[in-house]
Write a protein that binds this ligand. Structure first.
Ligand code: GCU
Length: 328
């Protein structure tokens, strides 16, 4: 009996010690930043953000915490952008496409076949143009912290798309983006804007016949279960962007700003390393699941969107196109 009482007392002490230890640990956080995004936890861009959050915790000794809410728990990309502008949410990771509506210069990424290849893309992103565009939204309540590689986007559908003519009569889901609309229109398809989180059902129920995205997004969203043809025309290279509300950023001490930016920059290098492998693996996984991967001749797709290039001649976007082409 005596032993039982001692053991019971000991257990309570232990539980209290652990509990207060945990509380102490939690209490160490001086700043907690909520980060919402729409991707799955198996997606390489999500993994990069987890890496960033770990680095932030480590570098700050637990005084700054980034809490990540994946899978659209805190809303779709448009909602998240607005939440940042209002300061309700600290950080979000979105595609550059829905940012166009808020930061017009972001339209540049929607110019089909703008970048020669991934090397050209990163040269531009890491250079003055990339930096300029990242901060272009600051006055609109969106401070870009970095770009993550999101590869190239290609069509997937319930039927094979070998040439632009095959898009005729097909309803293709696009992001909330005027440039994506222009592109699908120019290629001959019928664009329909639907949030990413609603897309699986939309395809399954026949609201649209297909969509377009990079291999990790096609795979981790399981859209391959309802679209059995993936046509690698690689029409756009829209970067993913990690953004913070300027209100939140300006409230951080210079030390915390530095820690966050360093952790973000390290996560970019990490993501670039895991991206290529993820693309290859995910392409293989969709093939194993019965998807036919098509490698179409890209020239007819390029030709079909020439009108978009000429439409912007003499505008700010036209100037940016020239500057980007000049980057060697
Ligand atoms: C990519 C991108 C997402 C975006 C999605 C979409 O997966 O990483 O940020 O939401 O495309 O097509 O909506």
């Amino acid at each position: 009996m005596k032993n039982t009482v001692v053991l019971f007392g000991f257990s309570i002490c232990l539980a209290l010690a652990v509990f207060s230890g945990c509380r102490k640990q939690e209490n160490k956080a001086e700043v907690t930043l909520k980060l919402g995004h729409v991707l799955d936890i198996a997606h390489p861009v999500h993994k990069a953000m987890v890496y960033m959050a770990e680095r932030v915790k480590e570098k700050s000794g637990g005084r700054m915490i980034v809490e990540i809410y994946p899978g659209g728990q805190l809303g779709n990309e448009k909602d998240s952008i607005e939440a940042l502008q209002l300061g309700y949410m600290a950080m979000t990771k979105i595609s550059s496409a829905p940012m166009e509506g808020f930061v017009p210069k972001m339209k540049i990424f929607g110019i089909p076949y703008l970048f020669r290849d991934s090397e050209h893309f990163w040269k531009v992103m890491k250079g003055p143009i990339g930096r300029e565009l990242l901060l272009a939204g600051e006055s609109k309540g969106l401070r870009g912290l970095c770009y993550y590689d999101a590869g190239a986007r290609s069509f997937y559908a319930k039927k094979a798309i070998n040439r632009p003519e095959d898009l005729k009569g097909l309803k293709i889901r696009i992001q909330s983006s005027i440039m994506s609309k222009k592109m699908v229109d120019a290629m001959g398809g019928s664009p329909a804007s639907i949030p990413f989180g609603e897309l699986y059902t939309a395809i399954d129920q026949g609201v649209v016949d297909g969509a377009e995205n990079n291999p990790p997004s096609f795979y981790t969203s399981r859209h391959y279960e309802v679209c059995k043809y993936y046509s690698l025309d690689e029409h756009t290279m829209l970067p993913d962007i990690l953004a913070i509300s300027p209100k939140v950023w300006n409230n951080l001490t210079p030390e915390f700003q530095q820690i966050l930016q360093e952790a973000v920059d390290e996560s970019v290098e990490y993501e670039r390393k895991i991206w290529t492998e993820a693309e290859l693996n995910d392409l293989k996984s969709v093939q194993d699941a019965g998807v036919k991967v098509i490698h179409p001749d890209k020239q007819p797709f390029r030709d079909s969107v020439r009108s978009i290039w000429s439409e912007f001649e003499g505008t700010d976007i036209g100037e940016l196109i020239k500057r980007i082409q000049e980057v060697q």
